[in-house]
Design a binder for this molecule. Structure first.
Ligand code: MEV
Length: 317
């Protein structure tokens, strides 16, 4: 049996969302994390394989390699939350992911989601979207300290959402938009960047609050632009969000370089996406062809990898 979970990008509102402002996230269905469970009655020892790390680990061994701690946390969480008990032999789990790690594309949330999905499938238990969101949030807390919950929510739902920490989420129905994502190749831990923002916020509360509120208002306007198919307006709002993120101190020269490259090549707007200080940027293109053209320019400008993705009504793709 098999489970998948998409990557995500935040179109508006990263960081401010931690402070209860609205934010918008969309799934990137072309880039995914995968998990499979094979059953094998002869396997006395359950085996976990993390293909990206080349690790194969028997669960009967006491010490757990750090790289598969995530998998063990997920297994324990599902054990605690399922009354049916978890077979202690006869299965082999494999996990892999095409989502770049620590680049703002939700790699850790996607692993959390895909693990919970595959374990529930294996146990033949129903898993409602809200239960998946709640359980994956527990795993996110383990990894990120104070996550807003937007990453695991959008990845659990696989649909574009407006998210607010204390209000929950609303799935919305966008018109068609083409984006290109560029990876600076610089990995940054979300928890570290979020902590740095919190430290600066404590020193200059009034001005940071004003920036968070301005970002929240941009996110609300972004929702209208996405729903109404206002491409130019969406681009302008992305640029505005980028300057506010820069004021928060989470941009970087590498991100700025890719953002400028996209804008110079006709992108309607561009911004960093995710925690920043590295990771990825996203630009809005006129068409798929235009997105492909920007993608080539981003690679020439040093992007380590690029992804072209289309958001449209229905499948969030
Ligand atoms: C990370 O994808 C987005 C942040 O806003 C952190 C969070 O929402 O937990 C930076």
């Amino acid at each position: 049996m098999k489970a998948t979970a998409p990557a995500k990008i935040i179109l508006f509102g990263e960081h401010a969302v931690v402070y209860n402002q609205p934010a918008i996230a969309i799934p990137v269905n072309d880039v995914k994390a995968f998990a499979t469970i094979e059953t094998d009655a002869n396997l006395d020892d359950p085996v976990v394989r993390a293909d990206d790390f080349g690790i194969e680990h028997s669960l009967n061994k006491k010490s757990v390699p750090g790289k598969i701690e995530h998998i063990m946390k997920a297994l324990n969480l599902v054990r605690e939350n399922s009354n049916s008990g978890f077979p202690d032999k006869g299965w082999r789990l494999s996990v892999s992911s095409k989502i770049p790690v620590a680049r703002g594309m939700g790699s850790s949330a996607a692993i959390s989601v895909v693990l919970i999905k595959i374990f529930f499938k294996y146990l033949k238990l129903d898993l409602s979207p809200s239960r998946l969101i709640d359980l994956s949030y527990e795993l996110e807390k383990f990894h990120h300290g104070t996550p807003s919950g937007i990453d695991n929510a959008v990845i659990s739902l696989g649909a574009p959402i407006l998210f607010q920490k204390e209000k929950g989420f609303k799935v919305f129905h966008p018109k068609t938009f083409h984006f290109v994502i560029g990876d600076t190749g610089i990995g940054k831990k979300t928890a570290t960047v979020v902590k740095d923002v919190a430290a600066r916020y404590r020193k200059a509360m009034a001005s940071y609050k004003a920036i968070f509120e301005a970002i929240g208002s941009v996110a609300n306007q972004g929702l209208d632009a996405l729903s109404l198919g206002q491409h130019k307006k969406l681009g302008r709002l992305m640029n505005l969000n980028q300057s506010l993120l820069d004021e928060l101190g989470v941009s970087s020269p590498e991100l700025e370089h890719l953002i400028h490259t996209a804008l110079e090549n006709g992108a309607l707007g561009a911004k960093l996406c995710g925690a920043g200080k590295g990771g990825c940027m996203v630009a809005l293109a006129d068409s798929i062809e235009h997105a492909e053209k920007i993608s080539v320019k981003l690679s020439e400008a040093g992007a380590k990898q690029t992804f072209v993705t289309t958001l449209k009504r229905g499948n969030g793709k």
